[in-house]
Design a protein around this ligand. Sequence first.
Ligand code: HEC
Length: 106
Amino acid sequence: MKLLKSLCIIPAALIAFSASGTAQADGAALFKAKTCWSCHGKDAKTPILPIYPKLAGQNADYAFNQMKDIKSGARANGQSAAMKGVLGMVNEKEMREIANWISTLK
Ligand code: HEC
């Protein structure tokens, strides 16, 4: 039981860590950590393929909703299957932070 308890502390600490700092810094860090840049480009506007979308400057609510819909399968158009896999490691709070950051880019 003691071991179980101490194991439970680790995820809580990780969540607390990712919740710290400004949304903007977190969004940028998440964009790197979750490998978003590998398809959408480091500046979020130089996608690796011309048919992949530029994200910089996109409306935050729109971007957030697209991520949610691609993850849930509600949006399954075009190339969205390419992106669905990566969203398995991104929760809604992280999507929101990335979306807010994207919207601040020029
Ligand atoms: C394997 C490549 C790939 C990765 C990795 C990837 N995406 Fe995408 N993403 C795409 C593609 C392709 C689309 C367009 C899907 C379509 O054609 O409908 C897309 C669409 C989007 C959209 C919707 C854009 C719009 O204008 O509707 C957003 C927002 C987005 N991605 C954000 C992210 C974020 C944030 C991450 C990291 C968590 C990420 N993507 C990781 C390939 C990727």
